[in-house]
Ligand binder design. Structure first.
Ligand SMILES: [Cu+2]
Length: 499
């Protein structure tokens, strides 16, 4: 079956609800028009005694994905998703996080280097009605980060319902590069997700064995909480800070007119050099910053294309995945229409050289650790017995510390995927560099700092990082698969950093 093509259909004047293969949409949920892309409120915090303070309210609400249909959701200072937090490298910050969602939750600062007690992982639970106030210094390169629920065994569901937002870290060094940086004008957060809906208008979150094995995906593409969004460009160049905020889907992004764009950033930094491409692969949890030139005045659609087989990363299972989901080969999501309007304001040239990063090499490492990602699909699993998702043969146990790292050490983590599906591997606390993928050095898009890396079936990826600044022998950091259903099902481990 051909999967939905929202935006092109709308441009052609066709209503799209009928085109959805597996949502049971409410009758009212006809999508007859494009929605202006919502830009989350920018929160700069308030400076108090040298500490920048952010007040975040985790709340319940309703959100109109479809005009006139009120879908129950969760958000942070918003009905769905959260405010964009702007931080400055070098500043001390405090985040007052109040839990008003009526159930236990946590809030994790994905990609930020911080003390374990401030991490917002499964050990920093916020009970309903309570406020949690972590405090730390922003020690980061300028980049796009995010925050989301990390509630033990509930992360998938809580993020699906809306508990996620974007963090922008800026610094003087990169501000001097003259990249587009007017928030909401030419510097745009783009949170890509897809969702399934039930007939009553609710977000449908499945907990079947299949949903757990494959991770939860949907058939309705959503950007910053909007279905079929349009962004009106008023400048020649726009900078998109793209977050793959889906629970489980890998995106192979590009534009429908195959226009070239510049990739300038990865998860935790700008790239050493910008480079031109037509495709961008992003696994769940990963970010990239790109610059799109629309000075030709022509509209273009940001879309995800199925695996073309030409990918340098060679994600072999994507086809199998599509077939297993009944999609029949390559599936396509149209995420966002970009429409230039009027006389476009001139934008500065994007420099090729962006940042210099201290490149770590294998000989800098004090230690190499090995991690094996496994999925067990034997008869016991089919009966619902045993733990299908493990790392080094172990499923997550909050009471067990799996790895102990010496403060100040530089380590290589060699991550092998012996399962049949790709897994985006995320490490808390640090930003790492990719040494190689099956022995091959990373491509230009993976030469910046990273905190999440896709490890394809059969692949071995080596990363290197220095574990600095914060030691705590009691409270652990997490490493895990960022397919949230895999994480919730046990594909996670814990490490401490000790002095
Ligand atoms: Cu996984």
């Amino acid at each position: 079956m051909q999967r939905r093509v929202f935006i092109q259909a709308l441009l052609a004047g066709v209503s799209t609800a009928v085109m959805l293969p597996f949502s049971k949409l409410p009758a009212a949920a006809q999508t007859n028009q494009l929605t202006p892309l919502p830009i989350p409120e920018l929160m700069r915090g308030e400076l108090k005694d040298g500490v920048r303070v952010y007040n975040l309210n985790m709340q319940r609400g309703t959100h109109e994905f479809f005009a006139g249909v009120k879908t129950p959701t969760l958000g942070i200072n918003a009905s769905y998703l959260g405010s964009t937090l702007k931080m400055r490298a070098g500043e001390k910050i405090r985040l007052n996080v109040t839990n008003n969602i009526g159930e236990t939750t946590t809030l994790h600062w994905h990609g930020l280097h911080l003390p374990a007690k401030a991490d917002g992982g499964p050990h920093q639970v916020i009970e309903p009605g309570k406020t949690w106030s972590p405090e730390f210094k922003v020690i980061q390169e300028a980049a796009t980060f995010w925050y989301h629920s990390h509630m033990h065994e509930k992360t998938g569901e809580q993020v699906w319902r809306g508990l996620a937002g974007v963090i922008i870290v800026e610094d003087n060094k990169t501000n001097a590069l003259n990249l587009p940086n007017q928030y909401g004008v030419d510097d745009i957060p783009v949170v890509l997700q897809e969702r399934q809906f039930s007939r009553d208008g609710g977000l449908y979150y499945g907990n079947s064995r299949h949903n757990m094995m494959m991770g939860m995906s949907g058939d309705v593409p959503v950007v910053n909480g909007a279905v079929a969004p349009v962004f009106t460009a008023k400048t020649q160049k726009i900078r998109l800070r793209i977050l793959n905020g889906s629970n489980a889907s890998f995106y192979n992004l590009g534009f429908d007119d195959n226009r070239k764009f510049l990739q300038i950033g990865s998860d935790g930094s700008l790239l050493p050099e910008s480079f031109e491409t037509t495709r961008l692969e992003l696994g769940p949890g990963e970010r990239a910053e790109i610059i799109v030139d629309v000075s030709d005045g022509k509209q273009t659609v940001l879309a995800s294309y199925g695996d073309t087989g030409t990918s340098p990363m060679g994600r072999g299972m994507m086809m199998g995945r599509g077939m297993m989901m009944g999609g029949g080969g390559s599936s396509q999501f149209e995420f966002l229409l970009i429409k230039p309007e009027g006389t476009l304001t001139a934008s500065a040239e994007v420099p090729q050289k962006l940042v210099s990063l201290d490149r770590l090499s294998a000989k800098d490492a004090n230690k190499t650790r090995r991690f094996n990602l496994e999925m067990t699909m034997g008869p016991m699993m089919m009966m619902g017995l045993g733990t299908p998702f493990t790392i080094n043969g172990k499923a997550m146990d909050m009471r067990r510390i799996d790895e102990v790292i010496k403060l100040g050490d530089t380590e290589i983590w060699q991550i092998h995927n012996s399962s049949a599906l790709p897994h985006p591997f995320h490490i808390h606390d640090i930003q790492f560099q990719i040494l190689d993928r099956n022995g091959t050095p990373p491509g230009p898009g993976e030469r910046g700092l990273k905190d999440t890396v896709t490890v394809n079936s059969g692949e071995t990826v080596r990363i290197i990082a220095k574990f600095e600044d914060y030691a705590d022998d009691k409270r652990p950091f997490m490493y895990h698969c960022h397919i949230l259903e895999h994480e919730d099902a046990g594909m996670m481990g814990q490490f401490t950093v000790v002095a």
